[in-house]
Write a protein that binds this ligand. Structure first.
Ligand SMILES: [Zn+2]
Length: 184
């Protein structure tokens, strides 16, 4: 393994400090060569820091790291969500499999009508699940922002979000929520 550079060591110490402040075990950190933005992976309890994040000015960097460590405090929730999703998908596939295996000798129409029913049920489940997932992850983002604000202060977190909104994609809902926090 190559030795860490000064910026990378600085990130590790930020992660350790934020984790201590949020009373959570420090997540692992992986430095990646992409520029897709920082992210947290609940499965591996790992924060990925890309080159673009590494090059951020100090105040922004602090907020981004605190936000990602904020996600680490949600790990249990994220993993339970993941387990439920996997279980539901497995059930959705298992039920038709059992049904079709047991009605193998039936007439075609007796199988195709329920088959169509399964397809419609899939589409409905997928739509509901997608909407549920979107509102769920939006709530997790707001929670991670609030935790970042509790470490770095709401005013500087708001300034950071506004600065990042001009660079890339930050939800207006996140900025509004942070504004509300900083006026409190
Ligand atoms: Zn996030």
């Amino acid at each position: 393994m190559r030795p860490l550079c000064a910026e990378e060591r600085h990130i590790l110490s930020l992660v350790a400090d934020d984790a201590a402040a949020l009373h959570v075990a420090p997540p692992h950190v992986r430095f990646v060569a992409t520029s897709a933005g920082a992210c947290y992976e609940a499965l591996f309890n790992r924060i990925e820091i890309d080159r673009a994040t590494l090059a951020l000015p100090e105040p922004l960097l602090c907020i981004v790291v605190a936000h990602e460590v904020g996600h680490a405090t949600q790990r249990r929730t994220m993993l339970i969500d993941f387990a439920w999703t996997s279980l539901c998908v497995a059930m959705l596939f298992a039920i038709p499999c059992v049904f079709f295996a047991s009605s193998f000798d039936e007439d075609l129409w007796r199988v195709s009508a329920p088959g169509l029913g399964f397809v419609l049920a899939y589409l409905a489940c997928w739509k509901i699940w997608r909407a549920h997932g979107a509102s769920r992850s939006a709530a997790l983002e707001l929670d991670a922002d609030a935790k970042a604000a509790s470490i770095c202060g709401a005013a500087s977190a708001l300034a950071a979000l506004e600065a990042m909104a001009t660079r890339g994609h930050i939800d207006t809902a996140r900025i509004e929520a942070m504004r509300a926090l900083s006026y409190r």
